[in-house]
Design a protein around this ligand. Structure first.
Ligand SMILES: Nc1ncnc2c1ncn2[C@@H]1O[C@H](COP(=O)(O)OP(=O)(O)OP(=O)(O)O)[C@@H](O)[C@H]1O
Length: 603
């Protein structure tokens, strides 16, 4: 019953997968189907001609005048033509096969990209299980579609081949094809069963496989290279790799041994029935019940049946892997966005009038970790607010909620009295210019890296220059070989910038967007900057903000004193709210942090 259910499950996935191949490459699939039919039938045709030739030669030997040269020539000609047709088709078949594989991989990749793009929030990317699934799909996307097409092409071809052989054998006695087929069933059944166990073991040991991949990536990628060398971590990670490998290998070795024994035993049964059939055919030939050509036909057909069964068997298992991949893919493609996009008839105000209000906002991450608890505050238009607090206090979470990368678990965020959930998400995001602390470094040109903040500025050099000047990176760009055309990042042999220079590029990206937006958010914008650059950015902060509403997240309290309002967060709660002067007078957490930093500088 378990295997029957499995068969039903696989059939369903297969039925859903085949149209994907068609959608990806309809012309190529048509050609593949035609070549597959020819490749499936030609061997049977060849064997039949062989039989005819041997029979003609044998009858010629019996009668001294070999008078049917004409038909003998036709037979030889047909045999050569069949072989030639197959050989001529082969290179085209190979090329077409590779084209379909590439097209299908790209088609699936585009479906994955479209789906990932359709998620407006971060829930799927920050949910470890889901993220792992995407990673697994991504890793296999260039390998598994190949197996699917291989099954479609080779599987169908050898099935056709097998059917042809069984038809060719049936005139020798109805029981011969039946015996050969039945004798192979136990082998197929037990191999299927063991392969299933192999699968179970492999998925049980997949954490070990992932660990092996992780340990080797630590030793092979640049991100870790410095620490690995300075802390001498090479042998530790190598040892961890060996341990993970040994654990997985032990389990797999055992089950592969079991598989080898089983297959060998069932091979004996299959050989026994082949021998029985062969013996009967030879006896029939000796008794002149069948011709010598039929003996040749039997031998060749038997060889073909064995090859076909072997290929079908292998294809079936590699198909199983492909189907498991496809099942994973379909699950991903079927997943529904978690963020509800409901719209009211109210449009986003062109200029926020009464402000942004957090009303008792609480938030827990998908893993259940509570990051914010009943946080309430009002951000008036044109004012600058600073978020301070120790690590993990919830500052970035507030920015994520404000950018609607997540929706609050409880409470509301109101923009001029309208619930943020009811506003058009794209419109709202266009109003926000943000620099995250883990900003992105794109392997694109300098100009493109800045213009990503506002794609309409891609070709506007003056606008790019202005943003670069505001971010304090214009002089550096002018010194680069191709200025704004310089390719950045190591991935495609571009120029590498320092951490601080990359951060300035990210700030320029926010500044270029800022003209079209109403809200500027800087989350630790100067963490990687040298003191002079940091001083310059903050000195020009009010000029840069230009009466916009701005939120600044920082640990450097010296830079928040000019903000209109300072919010102090601790363990997800808002514990203090006021101006720099008010908070110093309160002698609370802010005053304490301020004193610590001031003392550090005095020392
Ligand atoms: N993706 C996530 N999944 C689960 N928990 C998270 C996630 N991101 C943050 N957290 C948790 O939420 C809490 C608040 O994190 P947040 O990033 O908002 O802090 P922060 O004040 O910005 O810290 P820092 O100053 O270190 O940047 C932390 O306890 C953190 O562990």
């Amino acid at each position: 019953m378990q295997y029957f259910n499995l068969l039903v499950r696989y059939s369903r996935i297969l039925v859903r997968s085949l149209p994907l191949i068609w959608q990806a490459a309809p012309k190529e699939v048509t050609f593949l189907t035609c070549t597959m039919i020819v490749r499936g039938i030609v061997p049977g045709f060849g064997i039949w001609i062989n039989k005819q030739i041997v029979d003609a030669v044998a009858s010629g030997l019996n009668s001294p005048q070999l008078d049917n040269y004409g038909s003998l020539f036709s037979l030889v000609f047909a045999w050569v033509a069949a072989i030639l047709l197959q050989s001529i088709l082969e290179p085209f078949y190979e090329a077409n096969f590779k084209n379909i594989t590439e097209k299908l991989s790209a088609h699936i990749n585009l479906l994955i990209l479209d789906k990932a793009n359709s998620f407006s929030d971060l829930i799927y990317f920050e949910d470890a299980h889901f993220y792992n699934e995407i990673q697994l799909i991504e890793e296999e996307v260039n390998r598994q579609p190949f197996r699917l097409i291989l099954f479609f092409a080779d599987g169908c071809q050898y099935l056709l081949n097998l059917i042809t052989m069984l038809i060719l054998l049936s005139p020798l006695g109805w029981w011969i094809p039946l015996l050969l087929l039945l004798a192979s069933f136990p082998k197929v059944y037990f191999s299927f069963k063991i392969q299933w166990d192999i699968w179970q073991t492999m998925s049980k040991k997949s954490p070990q496989t992932r660990k092996m991949k992780y340990y080797s990536s630590v030793l092979l990628t640049d991100t870790y290279a410095k620490e690995v060398r300075l802390f001498g971590l090479g042998s530790l990670f190598k040892q961890r790799y060996i341990e993970a490998f040994a654990d997985k290998y032990q389990a797999m070795r055992k089950i592969r041994g079991k598989q080898a024994w089983n297959l060998s035993i069932w091979e004996i049964l299959s050989a026994g029935s082949n021998a029985t059939a062969f013996y009967r055919v030879v006896i029939k030939a000796v008794n002149n019940q069948i011709t010598a050509g039929n003996v040749l036909l039997f031998i060749q057909a038997l060889n073909n049946i064995q090859t076909s069964l072997q290929v079908l068997f292998n294809e079936f298992f590699s198909l199983q892997e492909a189907l498991i991949f496809m099942e994973r893919l379909f699950k991903f493609l079927d997943s529904q966005p978690t963020m509800e996009l409901t719209f009211s008839d109210k449009n986003l105000p062109t200029s926020i009038a009464s402000g942004i209000v957090f009303e008792n906002v609480s938030f827990a991450y998908p893993d259940g970790r509570i990051a914010l608890e009943r946080v309430s505050f009002t951000l008036e238009p044109g004012k600058t607010i600073a978020l301070v607090g120790e690590n993990g206090a919830g500052k970035t979470t507030i920015i994520k909620l404000l950018s609607r990368l997540y929706d609050p678990s409880a409470g509301k965020i109101l923009i001029d009295g309208i619930d943020l959930k009811k506003l058009d998400l794209n419109q709202w995001r266009q109003q926000i210019a943000v620099v995250f602390q883990d900003f992105c470094r794109y392997s694109l040109t300098v100009g493109e890296n800045i213009a990503l903040g506002d794609l309409t500025a891609l070709e506007k050099l003056e606008t790019l220059k202005l943003a670069a000047r505001k971010a304090g990176i214009a002089d550096k760009i002018d010194r680069l070989e191709y200025q704004y055309q310089t390719l950045l990042g190591k991935q495609f042999d571009g120029t590498e910038l320092s951490g601080g220079e990359w951060q300035k590029i990210a700030i320029a990206r926010a500044f270029i967007r800022e003209k079209r937006s109403q809200l500027l958010v800087l989350d630790e914008p100067t963490a990687a900057l040298d003191p002079r650059s940091e001083y310059e950015i903050y000195n020009r902060f009010s000029e840069l903000v230009q009466n916009k509403t701005a939120i600044l997240v920082t640990h450097r309290l010296a830079s928040v004193s000019m903000c209109d309002l300072i919010m102090v967060l601790k363990a997800g709660k808002l514990i203090e709210l006021g101006t720099h002067r008010d908070l110093l007078q309160q002698q609370g957490e802010y005053a304490h942090l301020w004193q610590i930093q001031a003392q550090a500088y005095q020392i």
